[in-house]
Each structure stands twice: as structure tokens, then as C-alpha cells.
Design a protein around this ligand. Structure first.
Ligand code: B12
Ligand code: SF4
Length: 447
């Protein structure tokens, strides 16, 4: 049996008090479950809930065989580096990075002196194979999916055990996250689904039976009635949705999802509504058809408008997401986005300032034109994304920063007009448990 510590770094650098709005580290739950099923001892430590360095140090000193760390390309990397440094300086543990940053920037991540290995792509099988080989005293450097080796074969989701949420402190998270599918059938040029061959995966899902059982088990075990389904496009498979809807309508649950406008036809929405869906986050992105084409979004302005209107008709709340400051976008096209919001009135939403993520098609576009420069170290990567989408972090648009910020302000104001009252109403409508952390999170602007 090996001892493994899995760490979710803090999303905010220098966090000193627990973030009451922390989100469940589902990736670590999935990996931890598979390792636990194979007889290993697992501890998941979420720095967003427990930012105390001393507490972490005490754990690190227990000399785990492996310390696995998640990485998003964001300022979260500052804490990922800090945690890895603490691990290397205070234990003999093997430090392994996984998740989106390690997957999309592998060479650079491996140059970091505090990272021993990386796992690219889905972590369950690769990490398990690593741990098992190490336990037998064998080398795992040649395993597929490890470091720069060829990608590991895609996982059959139905063969995965049910995720063991007891690995985290469920009660400390205001919201319950569920994943029933991975990947997306589309390849928008700004999204992680447009990465190169090592990372891009075809869409796959839990079967209808497994998805329903997962939701049923979780709601009865944890007495939860509300969930967020984190799938990129939960309704991608309409047949599965239809079957799920039949089963879920009697479960008395509420959930919110993300999806593209083309899944918001009345028939699909009726299945969603019956199943208990109360809010859909729609990636509208822009009110300009030229910009949508540039983003390879595969949607039309009309499709987006119809999606919002259909949701209004059927009584599902719309949370519309927009991006501004996209390369080649003009002021007139920003005005088209403003007009879209004015005409279609999504219930809630946000407009964020675009920043390209590594290895996406738009990242390559900006690199080829010299608009951005590839960072040289993990610290530099962290520094490239100092905030969320509410500031101009990277200058990739020809529109002056002040003008972009003005549009950002106006758009968000227009989208969220009367938001607080509306949000309280939504909160009640979704019948979420009156958890004060959830209320705070709902009242905070979300971009
Ligand atoms: C839920 C979610 C969040 C949650 C965080 C959840 C959490 N606590 O982990 C919240 C809302 C907080 C969030 C925030 C952000 N997010 Co987010 N988020 C997601 C989302 C929708 C689902 C992630 C998930 O749970 N998937 C299900 C689990 C099972 O899969 P997984 O996480 O991929 O884990 C697998 C592998 O990655 C790997 N793995 C993961 N960790 C580890 C660790 C080890 C040691 C190993 C070996 C393997 C491994 O194995 C796991 C099992 O196969 C994804 C999109 C998506 N559908 O995946 C975006 C996504 C991950 N987010 C993204 C981004 C950009 C962000 C932000 C940076 C946005 C921003 N600018 O503010 C912020 C981060 C804030 C910050 N300050 O750093 C990008 C990441 C791109 C990138 N290159 O990093 C994604 C891919 C969205 C996108 N379309 O581009 N996010
Ligand atoms: S539809 Fe959404 S998840 Fe799929 S590639 Fe486009 S932005 Fe990404």
C-alpha cells in the first residue's frame, strides 16, 4: 500500500483564511477513488479550505510516497509552486503535477525544479500505474501519459468506480459538483477542447444508468437536492438525456448545467426542465456573426437568441457568457454584443475580457503574429494571468484597454440589471438549502 497526498492549490495567491466559496476538486476525487479502490491510502488536501501552511507542512512531513498536485493555467500556479517547494524541501515524496496546465505546457512544467513528474490528460489509470510500478520498485518513466511520452489511452468512463466524495469534506463546500461526461464534440478555437493531439479527447460519457445511479446515490447519501453538473455540454447526447429525464423527474432535485445554444431547442429543454434543470449557462461569446465564425464556435447569432428565448419560454434561467477583446474584434462588433444583450435579455451572466490559454488554436494565432510571448518559467505562466476575466491581462486586441474596460463595465451592468433581487428569487426558485455561503456566492459578480 502506498501513501498518497493529493493537493488542490489555492486559487488565490496568499490566501490566509478559508474561502467560503470553495469548489470541489472533482479531478482529485476521481483519481483518489481509483487509488483507494486499489488499496492505497489517500488524503485530499484543499488549500482553498485549509490555507494554513503549518497544517500542510505537518502533512508533508508524514513522508507520503507521492504528492499529486492539480494545475490550471492561472495564478493558481503560484500556490502549486509554493506547495511543491515545501514538499521537496521537507520530504522525500515524489511530486507529480497533473491537470490542465501540466497537460498543455509539459516541457516547461518539467523544467520546474520542484516538479518530479507530470501526468498528462486523464489521471486515474496513469497515476495508478505509476504508483503500482513504484511500489514494486520498477521504473514508471516510460509509461504512456507520463512526462513527454505518448498519450495514455482514453479511459472508458463506465469502467470507473463511482467517485468517493467522502475523500473531501463535503459539508464545507457550498455547492455539490457532478461530472457525467468528458470532452466536447466541438472544437472552439479558444477552448481547451481545441488543444493538440495529446490533450484533445473525443466526447465520452457515463451511460444513462450510471449517471442516474450516481445522482441518486449522491442525493440520498449526502441528503443533497441541488447540484452543478460540470460537463461541458451535458445535453450532448439527447437520447441519454431523454432517458435520464424520465428517471430524474421523480427524484425532486435541482441542477444547473453549461451548454451550447444549439442544445437549447424546445424538445431538449423540456427534457432538461423535467429532469430538474433550473439554470443553463450558455456560452454566447459575441453578438457578432463574424466574431463567432472567427472563434469557430459553430453557432449563429440567431441560434443564441433563440436559445435564450426558448429558455425564457420554458422557465429555465439563462446565464449568458460573453467574451470581449478578441483579436480582430472591432468597436462595431462590440456594439453588436451590447445590442444582443439589450434585445435578448439573458437573466444573468457576465462578459469577460478574452485571454488565450496555452495550446488552444487562438493561442497559436496570437503566438504566430507575435501578439504574445511564450513564458519561460512556471512563475511567468502564473504572472500572465494575474486576475480573472475582469481586467486586460494580455494585450491581444487592437482596441485600447480603457475602451475595453468601458465596454466590460457597460455590458456587465446591462446583463445583470436588477441582478441582486433576481438572484435572490433564483436562489429561492432553485430551492437550494439556505446556506449563507451559497447566498454570498450568488450575490457576488460571476464572470
Ligand atoms: C469546475 C471548474 C472550475 C471550478 C474549480 C473546480 C475545482 N475545485 O477543481 C472553478 C469554477 C473554481 C474554476 C475556476 C477557473 N477555471 Co475552471 N473549470 C472547471 C470545469 C468546468 C470542470 C473541471 C472538473 O471538475 N472536471 C471533472 C474532473 C473529473 O476532471 P479534471 O478536473 O479534468 O481532472 C482530471 C484530469 O485533469 C487529471 N487531473 C486533475 N488533477 C490532477 C492531479 C494529479 C496529481 C494528476 C496526476 C492528474 C490530475 O485527472 C483527472 C481525472 O481524469 C473545467 C472544464 C471541464 N469541463 O473540464 C474548467 C476549466 C478547467 N477551467 C479553466 C479555467 C481557465 C479556469 C480559471 C483559470 C478561469 C479564470 N480565468 O478565472 C479559474 C481558476 C481560478 C484561479 N484563480 O486560478 C480551464 C482550464 C484551462 C487551463 N489551461 O488551465 C477549463 C478547462 C475551462 C475551459 N474550457 O477552458 N473552474
Ligand atoms: S462548445 Fe464549449 S466546451 Fe465545446 S469546444 Fe466550444 S467552448 Fe469548448
Amino acid at each position: 500500500m502506498s501513501k498518497i497526498l493529493l493537493i488542490q492549490p489555492s486559487f488565490e495567491p496568499g490566501l490566509t483564511v478559508p474561502n467560503l466559496n470553495s469548489t470541489m476538486p472533482l479531478g482529485l476525487i476521481y483519481i483518489g477513488t481509483v487509488l483507494k479502490h486499489n488499496g492505497h491510502q489517500i488524503k485530499i488536501f484543499d488549500r482553498n479550505l485549509n490555507p494554513s501552511d503549518q497544517e500542510l507542512l505537518n502533512l508533508i512531513r508524514k513522508n507520503y510516497d507521492f504528492i499529486g498536485i492539480s494545475s490550471y493555467t492561472s495564478r493558481m500556479l503560484y500556490d502549486a509552486i509554493k506547495v511543491s517547494k515545501m514538499a521537496k524541501e521537507n520530504s522525500n515524496s515524489i511530486v507529480v503535477w497533473g491537470s490542465y496546465h501540466a497537460t498543455s505546457v509539459p516541457e516547461n512544467t518539467l523544467k520546474n525544479e520542484y516538479v518530479d513528474y507530470i501526468v498528462r490528460g486523464e489521471g486515474e489509470e496513469t497515476f495508478l500505474n505509476m504508483v503500482n510500478l513504484h511500489e514494486k520498485g520498477k521504473s514508471f518513466s516510460n509509461l504512456n501519459g507520463v512526462n513527454l511520452n505518448p498519450a495514455a489511452p482514453a479511459i472508458d468512463m463506465d469502467k470507473l468506480p463511482f467517485p468517493d466524495y467522502d475523500l473531501v469534506e463535503v459539508k464545507k463546500y457550498p455547492n455539490f459538483y457532478i461530472s457525467t461526461s468528458r470532452g466536447c464534440p466541438y472544437r472552439c478555437s479558444f477552448c481547451y477542447n481545441s488543444y493538440g493531439p495529446n490533450c484533445m479527447q473525443p466526447y465520452k460519457e457515463f451511460s444513462f444508468n450510471k449517471s442516474v445511479e450516481l445522482i441518486r446515490n449522491l442525493s440520498s447519501k449526502y441528503k443533497k437536492r441541488t447540484f452543478t453538473i460540470v460537463d461541458d455540454n451535458f445535453p450532448s447526447n439527447r437520447e441519454r438525456l431523454k432517458l435520464m429525464s424520465r428517471e430524474m423527474r421523480n427524484m425532486d432535485i435541482k441542477f444547473d448545467i453549461c451548454c451550447r445554444a444549439n442544445y437549447c431547442d424546445m424538445e431538449t429543454l423540456s427534457y432538461l426542465k423535467k429532469a430538474g434543470c433550473w439554470q443553463i449557462q450558455i456560452g454566447v461569446e459575441s453578438g457578432s456573426q463574424r466574431v463567432l465564425n472567427f472563434l469557430k464556435k459553430g453557432t449563429t447569432v440567431k441560434m443564441n437568441a433563440d436559445a435564450i428565448n426558448n429558455c425564457h419560454k420554458i422557465g429555465i434561467m439563462t446565464h449568458a457568457s460573453f467574451m470581449i477583446g478578441i483579436p480582430t474584434e472591432t468597436i462595431e462588433e462590440l456594439n453588436e454584443t451590447l445590442r444582443f444583450v439589450k434585445n435578448n435579455k439573458p437573466d444573468l451572466g457576465g462578459a469577460g475580457i478574452f485571454q488565450p490559454f496555452p495550446r488552444t488554436k487562438l493561442w497559436d494565432y496570437c503566438m504566430e503574429r507575435g501578439i504574445i510571448k511564450e513564458p519561460k518559467t512556471t512563475e511567468e505562466w502564473a504572472g500572465l494571468y494575474p486576475t480573472g476575466y475582469n481586467k486586460v491581462n494580455m494585450k491581444v486586441s487592437d482596441i485600447p484597454n480603457e475602451t475595453l474596460m468601458q465596454y466590460h463595465h457597460n455590458l456587465n451592468k446591462m446583463i445583470n440589471k436588477g441582478r441582486n433581487l433576481k438572484k435572490i428569487f433564483l436562489y429561492l426558485k432553485s430551492r437550494r438549502m439556505p446556506d449563507y455561503r451559497r447566498v454570498i456566492s450568488i450575490l457576488k459578480p460571476r464572470i
